[in-house]
Design a protein around this ligand. Sequence first.
Ligand SMILES: N[C@@H](CCC(=O)N[C@@H](CS)C(=O)NCC(=O)O)C(=O)O
Length: 198
Amino acid sequence: MRLYMSIASPFVRKCRVVLREKGLLPQVEEIALDFPYKAPDYTAVNPVGQVPALVLEDGTVFTNSPVICDYLDRLGSGPRLLPPDGEAHWKARRLEALGDQINEMAVKVIMESRRPEGERSPTWTGHWREGLVRALDVAERQAPEADALDLGGITLAIAATYAGFRYPEIEWRKSRPRLSALNDALEARDSFRETYPR
Ligand SMILES: N[C@@H](CCC(=O)N[C@@H](CS)C(=O)NCC(=O)O)C(=O)O
């Protein structure tokens, strides 16, 4: 399999953590791309030019990190990171969605800052940044215990690290002790250490 990726992307990091947690790394080639991801040989893989994308040996393409993580979770060994059903399943999915929303807000603000000077919108940037902070507050209230590893906790921990990496001035740890504990515990795992954003 091939995983197309960038080192900093929080969406990619979810997939890279799952690959490691599920013992799949030996079966995958991780291919780092430079931004923007619009080279014709890559848009032939993912037409919208976003990372991550996973390509199987037979050429089947998976895009969108929730779908890729779900596929890898079923393929690999060890306990399921997405509990198959019941409330545990939906809780993990809800927290994954919340973490992805935090990541989306952070990535939008970064993308906006890369536009030419006159094209940037302080109004939109402000909305996205406020949304990011509100979502971090919800993540604090809903953060799970770190000992029950699942994709919800993984995504929230990744989102918190990414928010701190891009916006240190937000000081997300201040008054968010539950999210901090989750983040500290998961960032100590090998799968997280090996994928820390640069
Ligand atoms: N919903 C997608 C989001 C992927 C995404 O936004 N990727 C960013 C990198 S963090 C990207 O490729 N941006 C480049 C672009 O939009 O042109 C997922 O979960 O995989």
